[in-house]
Design a protein around this ligand. Structure first.
Ligand code: ADP
Length: 476
């Protein structure tokens, strides 16, 4: 269990006061007993010195809170963490409770995260804030308390959150959303409170809540008292930050659209970072990272092209499996065969990590073709001041890929999740911030109807674009 810095400081001050009082009592007692054989002046000097010492100790105790500012932050964390190996977890057991809050020292750095350059650039500002909060607080700059990482599984959301803590060298609190879900009302809320209290006590620190949708789903007010009380507590704790706590909360989700609007409001998770499946260039960078220092005889750029649809985690597994194959052969260099048989294993071993089938590629080609056809809708995406109709067009652009597939294949598919999320976010902004629309769902439904009609009317042109994309190998 980690020592709590607050308690330690209190204890130290108390000990100082007690010891100086005892010293003073002893001194007076000695003076009294042997006053006849002591010269007057030396005993007065001694008395004054001890009184001064006691006053000093009382002063320290009284100004404890103010003085804490000048003590090195996190000292208790550093002390405890020095004894903890990187990535080892320390558990804070809570009194009279079975729940635990876990803290880790993260050794992951940005250099361990390949690709996703934009995400790293966005988060480096947070690292700087954690490293040097005074630089920002001096000017009254308030950095986001909450960062929401939105993206499919295995694209590095947890890894990048660990890297933020690692780069800033601050404690990392990992908690999965599901771990807050309890049967008894109030248990989840208690765990949220404990988590935030611990993170504050060793601030600056990073809290990471994985799969926040497990607790952050829209509140219905019906039959889910436990989840809703947990979510309310999370909102309260985030509001409770007074800006100079230097606790950054990072959360991850794959489904931003199911999150309660209150979580996305200003002062909570108001910064959002979208992560996608890695592009060809990202895949090459990730493969390079995992192959660093290893010998291989296959074409890396070619492999990056052949691994369309792989997430970053699958690429890491692919390299690992091919190394195992190499070792099995008693070789020291990875060959094409090692990679190919590893790829087969990764492809068929897990449903999440596999190549796309021809049908899946067709779905992606349709989505891409519709987007290309409707690219004029995104014209104003970078404009600072936008009209309601320009914002509506941008939402149309975000939705057109998935609606295109739904219209052409006659049923919806689970694609374009990031774009759908962006569409809902923008619509939410139009409702909450600009009061342009009354209701997000009915606004989006009307856009979908328009899109379906437009796509049906231009079916042939879209199919032409699709054929061209497929012929030029530009589907992914
Ligand atoms: P997510 O949280 O998005 O589901 P993770 O961060 O848990 O994904 O990624 C799982 C594993 O995949 C990581 O532990 C790491 O080995 C690998 N990985 C993911 N993204 C990257 C990346 N950008 N660079 C290097 N490795 C990655």
């Amino acid at each position: 269990m980690l020592p709590n810095s607050d308690n330690n400081n209190k204890k130290n001050f108390k000990m100082m006061v007690i010891s100086s009082s005892i010293l003073l009592a002893l001194f007076i007692y000695t003076m009294f007993k042997s006053s006849s054989s002591i010269e007057g002046s030396s005993y007065y000097i001694g008395m004054v010195f001890l009184f001064a010492l006691m006053l000093f100790a009382f002063g320290l105790n009284y100004f404890r809170e103010k003085l804490k500012k000048y003590l090195p932050k996190n000292s208790s964390f550093q002390e405890a963490m020095n004894e903890v190996k990187p990535e080892q977890t320390v558990k804070y057991a809570q009194d009279n409770s079975s729940s635990v809050v876990e803290v880790t020292k993260s050794d992951i750095k940005f250099r361990d995260v390949a690709g996703i350059e934009n995400t790293k650039a966005e988060l480096s500002e947070i690292v700087d804030f954690l490293n040097n909060p005074k630089k920002y607080l001096k000017y009254g700059v308030k950095l986001p308390k909450g960062v929401l990482l939105v993206g499919p599984p295995g694209v590095g959301k947890t890894l990048i959150a660990r890297a933020v803590a690692g780069e800033a060298n601050v404690p990392f609190f990992y908690q999965s959303g599901a771990s807050f879900v309890h049967i008894y009302v109030g248990m989840g809320a208690k765990k949220v409170r404990e988590l935030f209290a611990k993170a504050k006590s060793v601030a600056p620190s990073v809290i990471f809540i994985d799969e926040i949708d497990a607790i952050g789903k829209k509140r219905t007010g019906q039959n889910n008292d436990e989840r809703e009380s947990t979510l309310n507590e999370l909102l309260t704790c985030m509001d409770g930050f007074d800006g100079d706590n230097s606790v950054v909360v990072i959360a991850a989700t794959n489904k931003i659209e199911v999150l309660d609007d209150a979580l996305l409001r200003a002062g909570r998770f108001d910064r959002r970072v979208f992560l996608k499946l890695p592009s060809t260039k990202d895949r090459e960078d990730i493969l390079k990272l995992y192959l660093k220092g290893k010998k291989y005889s296959f074409d890396l750029a070619n492999l990056a092209h052949q691994t369309v649809g792989f997430n970053s985690s699958a690429l890491a597994t692919l390299v690992n499996e091919s190394l195992l194959n190499m070792i099995k052969r008693g070789d020291t260099s990875i060959t094409d065969e090692d990679i190919m048989s590893a790829k087969q294993k990764v492809e068929y071993g897990s449903n999440e990590q596999k190549f796309l089938t021809d049908e899946e590629l067709e779905i992606l080609a349709i989505s891409k073709a519709v987007k290309k056809f409707m690219s004029s809708y995104q014209e104003n995406i970078n404009k600072t001041i936008k009209s309601k109709s320009e914002m509506t067009d941008i939402i149309k652009y975000y939705l057109c890929g998935s609606i295109g597939v739904e219209t052409i294949k006659k049923e919806p598919y689970n694609i374009d999740d990031m774009d759908i999320a962006k569409a809902y976010q923008l619509a939410l902004l139009m409702k909450e911030q600009y009061k342009m629309i009354a209701d997000v769902d009915s606004f989006i439904s009307a856009i979908k109807i328009d899109l379906k009609e437009e796509i049906s009317n231009h079916y042939d042109e879209i199919m032409d674009i699709k054929a061209k994309l497929e012929a030029s190998g530009e589907v992914l």
